[in-house]
Design a binder for this molecule. Structure first.
Ligand code: NAG
Ligand code: NAG
Ligand code: NAG
Ligand code: NAG
Ligand code: NAG
Length: 397
């Protein structure tokens, strides 16, 4: 069965079951959910191997001019192993099918059975479409949202400043607020929102080939670096980022074209290498993509990065430092946004990964009309990236 026909069938089954269950059940369930969660009767999310799961991606909350906060929640609801059962296929069959998404058939032989199971697992799941999710922030704020056809939910809530101040916690100089997301099975998951002041410094950093060696421009190596080898750090980057964090108390935002199915392993990498914690803005891998290579190189990647950077600009007065690499379109994307908002982008740093000269024509074209001192192409983070970002703007209020 082709992936598109199987997901169509899946969708059909889900729609059918929704009609049978009826809408009123949703409301009844939500009420029960709240009751049981508050009454401590909710089930633990570790119960059972094949129960539904959730991934909650750390996101941002901005304080508006009216003092109220807009808190963004992004999550994904899925059920492990259901897909395997559903298609009546063994997991090795699934791996093989998956491998085809990540490589051409003539390359599969190269990967063989070496894919790491924990990295593959989040792809071998069934998205939970159109499921109601209850979000609880503190005791007084309950919101409901629904997953889309691919199990994702993306929503934002407005909260008064007083309530946010009462609920916020400080973790390593970051101000965060946690929330609970509760699914249909009354399983409870905890998510995190980083609170950002109206002003301040935010470092927006790409991941692959900027802080982690992924070799995105090489099809085979990209898949191998993503699914087989241990993640390798770009030496010196953790030290530079920690230095900026200590000096400027800035927030970090990891903006990546990679599938958010890889969030767990990516977050582990960030923690293991002692990069500053931050928010994660990855993309959901859809089975309609032809391969991981095409996924990362698609036009959507440009849109994803453009959209997220502009989101920071439009929703705050924060000053941004953009860090990326020359493998993809980072120079052009960062150049475009900097020409559009010259006052908001303080610096651009590009890691040269193709062996090109640092004064390559491409960079002068990408950063046309941008003051030369605002952008830097580097290969050695420790030697070339400045410890002093030369910030004169008010970075905190
Ligand atoms: C690939 O797998 C086959 C059998 O599944 C095995 O015989 C072969 O040695 C493997 N090749 C490599 C390079 O691991
Ligand atoms: C949220 O749900 C809890 C549990 O039912 C309830 O005690 C609380 O009043 C609700 N809050 C709001 C604002 O509805
Ligand atoms: C860092 O910034 C946060 C606001 O995001 C603030 O609460 C905290 O006090 C600051 N820490 C230092 C050391 O300036
Ligand atoms: C992701 O990591 C969390 C925390 O370590 C864990 O509870 C969860 O099961 C992991 N999810 C997946 C899909 O691996
Ligand atoms: C940058 O802007 C130019 C001109 O508007 C546009 O043609 C180009 O596609 C943009 N590049 C990226 C990577 O967004």
């Amino acid at each position: 069965m082709s992936p598109s026909s199987s997901s169509l069938l899946l969708l059909f089954v889900i729609i059918l079951s929704m009609i049978i269950h009826g809408q009123s059940l949703f409301f009844k369930k939500t009420r029960n959910k709240i009751k049981n969660v508050v009454g401590g009767k909710s089930r633990s999310n570790t119960e059972g191997l094949h129960t539904e799961q959730m991934m909650l991606f750390p996101n941002i909350g901005f304080q508006g001019k009216d003092n109220k906060w807009r808190l963004n929640v992004l999550g994904w609801r899925f059920q492990p192993s259901k897909r395997t059962k559903f298609l009546g296929q063994s997991s090795s069959k699934i791996s093989e099918r998956l491998a085809r998404f990540f490589a051409d058939s003539n390359q599969i032989v190269y990967y063989n059975d070496t894919f790491q199971p924990d990295r593959l697992k989040p792809f071998m799941v069934e998205d939970r479409a159109h499921e109601e999710i209850l979000i609880m922030i503190g005791k007084n704020h309950n919101f409901t949202t629904k997953t889309d056809s691919e199990g994702q939910f993306r929503t934002s809530f407005i909260m008064p400043n007083d309530d946010v101040q009462k609920l916020k916690k400080t973790i390593k100089n970051d101000q965060v607020i946690t929330y609970k997301a509760i699914g249909d099975n009354e399983d409870v998951w905890e998510g995190k929102i980083h609170l950002l002041d109206w002003r301040g410094l935010s470092v927006i950093s790409d991941i692959d080939d900027t802080i982690k060696i992924s070799e995105v421009i090489d099809k085979i190596r990209l898949a191998a670096n993503t699914f087989i080898h241990g993640f390798r750090v770009v030496k010196g980057m953790p030290e530079v980022y920690r230095g900026w964090k200590d000096k400027y108390n800035c927030s970090f935002h990891y903006l990546s074209a990679m599938p958010d199915q890889l969030y767990n392993v990516t977050k582990e990498f960030i923690d293991d290498q002692k990069f500053p914690d931050g928010t994660f803005h990855m993309r959901h891998f859809r089975w309609s993509s032809i391969s991981i290579f095409n996924f990362v190189h698609s036009a959507d990647t440009k849109m994803h990065k453009n959209y997220n950077i502009r989101y920071f600009i439009r929703n705050s007065l924060r000053t941004l430092v953009l860090v990326g690499d020359s493998g993809e379109h980072d120079p052009e994307i960062y150049g475009n946004v900097t020409r559009e908002y010259p006052k908001r982008i303080h610096q651009i740093f590009i890691r040269a990964v193709k062996g090109e000269a640092k004064d390559d024509k491409r960079f002068f074209k990408a950063f046309k009309d941008i003051p030369r001192e605002k952008w830097l192409v580097f290969t050695d983070p420790i030697k070339e990236l400045p410890k002093d970002l030369n910030l004169k703007l008010p970075i905190s209020i």
